[in-house]
Design a protein around this ligand. Structure first.
Ligand SMILES: NC(=O)C1=CN([C@@H]2O[C@H](COP(=O)(O)OP(=O)(O)OC[C@H]3O[C@@H](n4cnc5c(N)ncnc54)[C@H](OP(=O)(O)O)[C@@H]3O)[C@@H](O)[C@H]2O)C=CC1
Ligand SMILES: O=C(O)C1=N[C@H](C(=O)O)C[C@H](O)C1
Length: 243
């Protein structure tokens, strides 16, 4: 994703790629580069520390890496509040974190949130390439949380489920009461199905990223939007005015 993002920035007329950093590089290497926005695609164990270091270096940040929690988001929010005190406009830094930059995935999450209150049952199936290091995917976690919030707001209780599992994990992970299943299969890129069921009917919302190019328009949009958007923005839906 890092390489794909560099290529996308280089091919954008209004953006300039001034530095590329890998796991062996220090963020100090950005000093004097003229960078104003960093794009961060690394690993869940490194992303938060990178974001804090980038804020200290005076950059706004677009983050695609997974692994963010309410606590890590709060720490970044507090850091930005301290850093932005007394500054406004383009001097105030922003961090835009999106679990998925693909338009189809952003829309699927939005539609799932809208549909959730109308169905007795909802489950999420995410399907990815086998090199993916985390499970469930950040997109599936966010989708499940949105579904749970929408169900709670509508006063829906637990979903019907009489299953007594014979093998641990057979019903997947449970995220805020929503079952999430992770498939890892050679040939896949990034896919998700949200299954919503009622007596006699089912709604399936499916998003497929067949190629990493699907994420790039969203990454570039985020790079343009994060400037002048102080604080933490979570989800590309916020930028697209979908939520
Ligand atoms: N939001 C979105 O739309 C998308 C998000 N993702 C997420 O982005 C993340 C990266 O995915 P992907 O590119 O496929 O993963 P890869 O494993 O292909 O790449 C991760 C890269 O991060 C580097 N890295 C590891 N630690 C650090 C560090 N401390 N500082 C700088 N670089 C580091 C690795 O370098 P080295 O090899 O030297 O260790 C490697 O080049 C994952 O969390 C994934 O889920 C992926 C696709 C889309
Ligand atoms: O690792 C990936 O490939 C992807 N990661 C993100 C996630 O965990 O949701 C986004 C997309 O699914 C691709």
């Amino acid at each position: 994703m890092g390489q794909a993002a560099c290529d996308a920035v280089e091919s954008a007329d209004d953006l300039e790629l001034v530095a590329k950093l890998g796991s062996a590089d220090s963020i100090d290497a950005l000093a004097g580069s003229g960078a104003t926005v960093a794009v961060e695609f690394t690993v869940p164990g490194a992303t938060e520390a990178n974001v804090h270091a980038l804020i200290d270096a005076g950059l706004s940040v677009v983050v695609g890496t997974t692994g963010w929690t309410d606590e890590s988001l709060d720490r970044v929010r507090r850091h930005l509040e301290e850093r932005n005190a007394g500054r406004d406009g383009d001097d105030a830094l922003g961090v835009l974190i999106a679990p998925n930059f693909a338009l189809s995935a952003v829309l699927a999450m939005t539609f799932a949130k809208q549909a959730a209150r109308f169905f007795e049952s909802a489950e999420v199936v995410e399907l990815h390439h086998p090199n993916k290091v985390d499970a469930p995917s950040g997109t599936a976690l966010t989708t499940a949380r949105h579904i749970a919030e929408a169900r709670a707001a509508a006063g829906l209780g637990a979903m019907p489920d009489a299953t007594q599992t014979q093998v641990d994990g057979a019903r997947g992970a449970v995220v805020d009461g929503v079952h999430v299943h992770a498939v890892r299969l050679r040939g896949l890129v990034a896919h998700e199905e949200i299954l919503l069921g009622n007596p006699g009917e089912q709604l399936t919302i499916r998003t497929d990223s067949f190629d990493r190019s699907s994420f790039m328009p969203g990454v570039l949009l985020a790079v343009r939007e994060v400037v002048g958007r102080p604080g933490v923005t979570f989800g590309l839906d916020q930028v697209l005015d979908l939520s």
